[in-house]
Design a protein around this ligand. Sequence first.
Ligand code: MIC
Ligand code: SF4
Length: 754
Amino acid sequence: MLFDLDLVKSVYSGMSFRVEKARILLGRPLTLVEKILYAHLSDNESSVYKRGIDYVNFAPDRVAMQDATAQMALLQFMTAGKNKVAVPSTVHCDHLILAKAGAIEDLNQAKDQNSEVYDFLESVSSRYGIGFWRPGAGIIHQVVLENYAFPGGLMIGTDSHTVNAGGLGMIAIGVGGADAVDVMVGLPWELKMPSLIGVKLTGKLNGWTSSKDVILKVAGILTVKGGTGAILEYFGEGADSLSATGKGTICNMGAEIGATTSVFGYDEKMSDYLRATGRNAIADMADGIRNDLRSDDDVYQHPEKYFDQLIEINLSELEPYINGPYTPDAAFPISEFGKMVKEKKYPVKLEVGLIGSCTNSSYEDLTRAASIAQQASEKKLNVQSEFIITPGSEMIRFTTARDGILGSFEKIGGVVMANACGPCIGQWKRHTEDPTCSNSIITSFNRNFAKRNDGNPNTHAFVASPEIVTALSIAGRLDFNPLTDTLINADGKAVMLDEPVGIELPVKGFDVKDPGYLAPPADGGTLDVKVNPHSDRLQLLVPFEKWNGKDWKGLRLLIKVKGKCTTDHISMAGPWLRFRGHLDNISNNMLIGATNVFNNQINMVRNPVNGEYDTVPATARFCKAAGVGTIVIGDENYGEGSSREHAAMEPRFLGVKVVLVKSFARIHETNLKKQGMLALTFIDKADYEKVREDDQIDVLGLTTFAPGSHIAIALHHTDGSAEIFNVAHTYSDNQIEWFKAGGALNLIRLQQKM
Ligand code: MIC
Ligand code: SF4
């Protein structure tokens, strides 16, 4: 299938002109990121935008949504009063499939159990002109890479790993559903001009090292917040030597360092991938404007002049990495990992190895891992751990099944699950006797936050490349180093695994019988979208109340969170995914994973009205019913991880007015603003300590709320003393309007009526 030919033609026809205009405006050579961003300004009135300071309006080329976020995005879109989406958009059914017994059985179960949600998504897609990828078609980012991503394009997606498309030279950014609504109704999409981090790759990968190790190493260097507000641009001869899907892996996990996105310049490898996936016409056009799809030469020669930060990695010297547990930036080269396992007393027995996900399920990834599985069979070895494979798309599944790759996994005991997120998002019925015991697993996924894969806080989840995961699963030990260690085979002989060998693109070409795509009808305007008013999974939205025009006095503390608080802590996935279209029901998971600093307990907070201890959602509901506004206090990088706007809508729905933290993750901060919440940060981080459990809290300065203005927090302690301090915000004029209207969607609705 070839999608978007006209769209790409139209973007490319204006590209050179727009890039040259930006070059003149900035008066210097341009990085690729600047070329793409300046070519996608929503109006032609460009000026020089200051990185990290100015908000800029962009016009993305397309929108992608996955089922777990599309429900809320489209419920919001439906209230905007439009007949059709303003830019090409797609929905992908990938998050709701539970991995349990194997691909076919699990898929049938999912279709059965989620039929209400799938029917809603299919009908709403047809109604508004959105392309629909059925359950089983594959994971959103893999499907986008295979069909829609194109060099020089700009897209947004309601999933943090939308950034995967950077592997094909596209600026692709993860957002909350309300941002997607802006673009789908035809409004400009706002983003703070990102800062630029250059990553120069020299040398060439060899042996056991793969693209995954590049990003595992970068995660170790930059940490989970080091990329915040930045776009990473990879370049250098090492970059050009990586396959397009390998580049995708690197960009994908840019989400784990908080980066806005990551991108590579157009090269032969991208052209090869476009051609292999049936997009010769796009490759030909990209070849024609090649220089606009890479940074200018001087950028490559003097990168220090153009990037805010520069990192250099020599691929020839890079070792395989294993990152974890509990956070993706705990990075260890494999040569040091065994020592670490011993020192930290991580469970040495490896229970499960999992490969696939949107991060690592390309043909090349699977062939490299299969070459290890193949050797294991030949050398009379079997997997000692449970071994699970989730292909990224039906095209990958069909092609790898045809070429015997899935067969080599099955031969050593691997189980192939449906083309879906599955265990990566906790949709995993893990076979375990004790679901609370301390244990180790390793995956080629991207995230390894506590409880993410199987809900067990004692599972130590590590992240590595598919070939390392395969090797460790064969060994059944976490401390096995395939580069140096031997294994004892069925004949009692010590054998070593040879280096993996991959095939970048299938020799016989990609193939697929039914890709699982449903195009929208030319005119769906008369179709009905049904939502059962008694459903426990879908609920039409009721607009949030607007701001009352006054400072807030006497707010009470709902929870003061201690330490890491990702969106998984704020709005857990796994079993809760079933309520993603029902705001009231999903709100019952609000902050149930966060630690209360006052008692070190999870999901146990003091009710500020009656002094009794209860769960966070129950306490919030109590306060809401009592008409008492609440505040959440958080630590560093609050809301790190995913794009799910439920983490912002739930507090909004349950009466939380303010989220005040030491620092925010980008998407979550925007999501809070979009929903009409007040997202504030401590200027002096020590002020975090001042907030007591039973304080009465005032928020002052709202009546003069303006970009850069200070807002003050007054704490009235029960001993009669009081403290007051200023806090910071990053609201633009436009975002203050969202706040005043009670949410961005209220504003859109008002504008549509005018
Ligand atoms: C994830 O990887 O955490 C998810 C599930 O894909 C999320 C989106 C969601 O919560 O639906 C993401 O990364 O944005
Ligand atoms: Fe799905 Fe996991 Fe990728 Fe998120 S990170 S889109 S859950 S495969």
